[in-house]
Design a protein around this ligand. Structure first.
Ligand SMILES: [Zn+2]
Length: 478
């Protein structure tokens, strides 16, 4: 068991900031002390195994990305990051825990889906990992299987109002699953878009010769996000199920969430970096020498990028300030252009949906501090503390305090990061959705449960370090 003293930094928690030294003993934080403290008359610096000088820098709890899809099968291919490459990229970016999605498809058993994801992840993760359970076929068997999820440490499950024929649940299925949510305490996560209507629009656009990636966003109109969000909220209200709406991108969907919260309903919302920074206009007319008008496929994700002229991005930032949205996850679901996104040449419907950002979330959200959109503490709350509480990890994760896991990041506000710039990232992708983004701040040093993952020499972690996180029920409900 080794000891580390992180000294001279500014410790930032969701509750505030303080000049403090952090003493790590083994896998946990032993003490948060006034700078230069002596313990029982001893100079700590002289007694610990290693000293990390964080002078002039922030010491924050490791990031928690509560929405990732490593090696997820989609549209005849598979997300290009494995648990190994994806969690290594997470570590590079200051994220020390992920919650990925185990998948049950229609006709499959929930237990088998979960076992398959355990198999994929075990011994392959640089950082700690948990699972949500996707229930892609709500029937008597999957409903029964949901009874034992809490005991397995899987305290949240996800339904889809989109993707008919793949993951789609109709209203009757949603109602039954939400009744189960109410009964078990499982948090219902919802992909809220009206899939059947989207499919009609997408087909009509395709038949009219509108086949480029831009039309992906036109087919997935904001009205269909607002409508589905409202429907999910009403079904949750009826059943008493707590609801967490994933990857919110339409300002009208935020309005629905805010209204429900104002009525006292247990409804939460997540957005993603792409909905804060990127827009449908960026996709319109996107073309390159290499890819022609398929270039826009780089930004095909669902929910889609929204119009900047309509103010969706500003609305997301505003909602993060006012707590109408509570978390920022990545929905990390990377695909390469070559051999994956290019399957949709000539038909936007065949482009695998997803953007890879797991390495950049902590940095991208820090830009909100730089520009004055959010405070330092709110930054930490969004990237770590709230995801911890939302998904039953708080105390162990999400905070720099004695007894918590020693998941720490030393962040340099005076540093600089080129997050696009060719293939300088560590995600297994042949492009970056963030090409050209030069930003303030830098992840200098990362520790997970007392083990250093990233230091000045680069990545020094191991794929056998990450452990499965058995999660408690959401800590937002009594
Ligand atoms: Zn997702």
């Amino acid at each position: 068991m080794s000891t580390t003293l992180v000294t001279g930094g500014t410790v930032v928690n969701a509750t505030g900031t303080a000049q403090a030294d952090v003493l790590v003993d083994g896998e946990t934080i032993a003490a948060v002390l006034a700078p230069g403290s002596r313990l029982l008359g001893t100079d700590l610096k002289a007694t610990v195994d290693q000293v990390v000088d964080a002078t002039g820098r922030y010491v924050i709890p490791g990031g928690i990305d509560a929405h990732t899809h490593m090696q997820m099968p989609f549209g005849g291919t598979e997300a290009s990051d494995t648990f190994e490459t994806g969690t290594r990229a997470a570590a590079w970016g200051g994220t020390t825990s992920i919650i990925d999605f185990a998948i049950q498809r229609y006709g499959e058993r929930v237990e088998d889906g979960l076992a398959a994801w355990h198999e994929k992840a075990a011994g392959q993760c640089a950082v700690d990992y948990g699972f949500h359970q996707i229930v892609g076929g709500v029937d008597e068997f999957s409903l029964k299987a949901m009874d034992s999820l809490v005991d397995e440490g899987i305290t949240s499950f996800k339904l889809f109002m989109a993707y008919p024929g793949v993951f789609y649940s109709d209203d009757a299925q949603i109602l039954r699953a939400m009744q189960k949510s109410r009964e078990t305490g499982l948090l219902t996560m919802m992909h809220a878009e009206n899939g059947p209507a989207i499919d009609v629009l997408a087909e009509q656009l395709y038949n009219a010769g509108k086949t480029t990636p831009f039309f992906h966003g036109i087919a997935r109109a904001w009205q269909l996000e607002e409508e589905a969000t409202h429907r999910a909220i009403m079904l949750a209200d009826l059943t008493g199920a707590p609801l967490y709406v994933v990857h919110v991108s339409a300002k009208q969907a935020v309005e629905q969430l805010a209204a429900a919260r104002d009525r006292g309903q247990n409804v939460f919302g997540e957005t993603c970096p792409q909905y804060l920074y990127l827009s449908l206009e960026d996709q319109l007319g996107a073309t390159s020498e290499e890819w022609g008008d398929l270039e826009g496929a780089k930004w095909v994700c669902s929910t889609p990028l929204r119009s900047r002229a309509d103010g969706h991005q500003d609305a997301m930032w505003r909602a993060l300030r006012t707590n109408d949205l509570q978390t920022v996850s990545t929905d990390h679901c990377p695909f390469c252009m070559k051999g994956q996104k290019d399957m949709g040449a000539g038909d936007f419907r065949a482009i695998p949906n997803g953007i890879g950002s797991i390495e950049h979330r902590v940095d991208l959200l820090y830009q909100g501090v730089v520009t004055g959109e959010i405070t330092l503490s709110r930054w930490v709350e969004l990237i770590s503390t709230t995801p911890a509480r939302m998904f039953g990890l708080y105390g162990r994760k999400g905070v720099v305090q004695p007894g918590a896991d020693a998941d720490l990041v030393v962040y340099d506000p005076a540093g600089h990061t080129s997050i696009g710039l060719g293939k300088s990232h560590h995600m297994n992708m042949d492009y970056s959705a963030w090409e050209g983004y030069e930003i303030d701040g830098h992840v200098d040093w990362v520790m997970s449960r007392g083990s250093v993952l990233v230091d000045e020499s680069g990545y020094v972690g191991s794929k056998t370090h990450g452990k499965f996180l058995k999660r408690d029920l959401t800590q937002y409900l009594v």
